[in-house]
Design a protein around this ligand. Structure first.
Ligand SMILES: C[S@@+](CC[C@H](N)C(=O)[O-])C[C@H]1O[C@@H](n2cnc3c(N)ncnc32)[C@H](O)[C@@H]1O
Length: 208
């Protein structure tokens, strides 16, 4: 299947890079996300080699990874906004153009809340597991949280069109296991049951 190139409105990538996480509550979120990511990376052992940041967006979290990074995003404008310092590949996380076990570790940050269905999520999780021979760190939105309840109520009353999708923590951990990943630590950005954004670090299960 050939995917058509993905494009947003002009200027979106630069705005995401320069404003989304650099002002107001965005900068607090950025600070917390970095703290949680560092804490989880400290819980896992990775061998030497390249890491994959997929999707990298404009490369916000690539600096946090413990080795040289390859950035993947389906939006070429995001990769251009990320700058030329690292290798960049325009591709979908549904079908990564890398051989099995290419990377020493993989980060998938702030993608899964944009994926509405369990089947599609399973495809992505299997693909991330396939290309990693070491840790895989992912974020997801936890359905069992006040923030998700608030979003749902606001949507009922037409106050937001946000289509973010969330999944319960234990269900998501089951999906990770089904994709061949063994969760070793989970940490919510705020308190569990309060904030949606939650990070998990997994190790790959030995390949058959
Ligand atoms: C919210 S941004 C997150 C970027 C970065 N990880 C961060 O935390 O700042 C989500 C990114 O996912 C990319 N994206 C969405 N679906 C994708 C897919 N199927 N394959 C690759 N990239 C995708 C978008 O283009 C966007 O740049």
């Amino acid at each position: 299947m050939t995917e058509t190139p993905y494009r947003r409105e002009p200027g979106y990538a630069e705005r995401y890079r320069d404003h989304r996480f650099r002002s107001g509550s965005g900068s607090n979120t950025d600070r917390r996300e970095r703290e949680v990511l560092r804490a989880l990376l400290g819980r896992c052992e990775a061998g030497s080699g390249l890491w994959l940041d997929a999707p990298s967006g404009a490369g916000r979290m690539s600096d946090e990874l413990p080795a040289a990074v390859v950035q993947v995003d389906r939006d070429a404008a995001m990769l251009i906004a990320a700058g030329p310092e690292r290798p960049r590949v325009c591709a979908s996380v549904h079908a990564l153009p890398f051989a099995d076990g290419t990377f020493a570790g993989v980060l998938c940050h702030r993608l899964l809340q944009h994926i509405p269905g369990a089947d599609e999520r399973a495809t992505v999780l299997r693909e991330l597991a396939r290309v990693s021979r070491g840790p895989v760190v992912l974020s997801f939105f936890d359905r069992c949280s006040l923030q998700h309840l608030r979003r749902t109520v606001r949507r009922w009353f037409g106050k937001t069109r946000s289509g973010r999708s969330a999944v319960g923590r234990s269900r998501f951990l089951g999906e990770l296991r089904a994709a061949g990943l063994e969760p070793i630590a989970v940490q919510a950005l705020r308190l569990r049951f309060v904030g949606e954004q939650t990070l998990v670090v997994c190790r790959p299960r030995p390949r058959a």
